[in-house]
Design a protein. Structure first.
Length: 257
């Protein structure tokens, strides 16, 4: 039997297909203002290499900010539940998860069984999220996937002081116009986000082990800076961090049968 998990976030829709608890296929599409279409496309792309159709699925669980707009589903679960489910399944020792999305960041505290004990969501400003990184990447004319690696090459990280994404973007543009090195600006941005994540973690009384999920979770500049600030080594997954929510949704789909 095959099961699907669909995570429709703010910017991307992720899909994972499971069979007997193992990932058989996965895909990701851009939302582009139409979550329902993106979910259908992501599901079809994930099913295609398996030569399956949606009717061949035993169950589908949706999650993410746009989950209610997805028509192809049996059940829906919150992203907090699905992220925790997927992360704990892959790394049972985890006690704290930081999810870095396009517009929100979340800190989640779980127990030894993966049950959510506490969580906090920062959705008041996008300055510590993926959207802010996209703005910075465009201003620096650097691919967003390379921003973290560029930051690690910096010898003199600059300070980004504004907490609002609009003003922080203006600050970055000012630094560019002043002729500052793009590597130092990239490092300053990653350091600024890592600093905000530490504040978020303290609100849930974080415990080791800690990991990052979500699209921004692959940013090495943020990962390394957060590790230095917390004096730990973040746990890693065998799959990309952006797929953890979809994986958790697929696991729930399998369990619900």
């Amino acid at each position: 039997m095959f099961f699907a998990g669909i995570d429709a976030g703010s910017s991307y829709c992720k899909c994972i297909i499971l069979k007997d608890g193992h990932i058989k296929s996965k895909s990701i599409t851009i939302i582009e203002g139409n979550p329902a279409r993106a979910a259908k496309l992501a599901l079809n792309q994930a099913l295609s290499p398996l030569k399956l159709k949606s009717r061949n699925l035993t169950g589908v669980v949706s999650t993410g900010r746009n989950r209610k707009k997805i028509k192809i589903k049996n059940e829906e679960m919150t992203e907090i539940m699905c992220i925790s489910k997927g992360a704990h399944h892959l790394v049972p020792s985890l006690r704290t998860i930081v999810d870095l999305g396009s517009f929100t960041n979340k800190a989640i505290k779980i127990n030894s069984k993966g049950k959510v004990m506490d969580y906090v969501i920062n959705d008041r400003c996008a300055s510590g999220s993926g959207y802010f990184l996209e703005l910075v990447s465009k201003a620096l004319e650097i691919d967003i996937n390379e921003l973290g690696e560029k930051a690690l090459l910096s010898k003199n990280p600059l300070s980004i002081t504004n907490n609002c994404s609009i003003f922080a973007e203006s600050e970055v543009i000012y630094l560019i116009n002043e002729g500052h090195d793009e590597l130092d600006i990239a490092a300053g941005v990653c350091n600024s986000i890592a600093s905000r994540l530490v504040s978020l973690l303290k609100k849930v009384n974080y415990e080791n082990d800690i990991t990052l999920t979500g699209g921004v979770g692959s940013n090495e500049g943020i990962r390394k800076n957060l590790e230095e600030r917390l004096d730990i080594q973040l746990k890693e997954f065998p799959i990309e961090p952006i797929f953890i929510g979809a994986f958790g949704a697929a696991l729930f789909s399998q369990e619900l049968q």
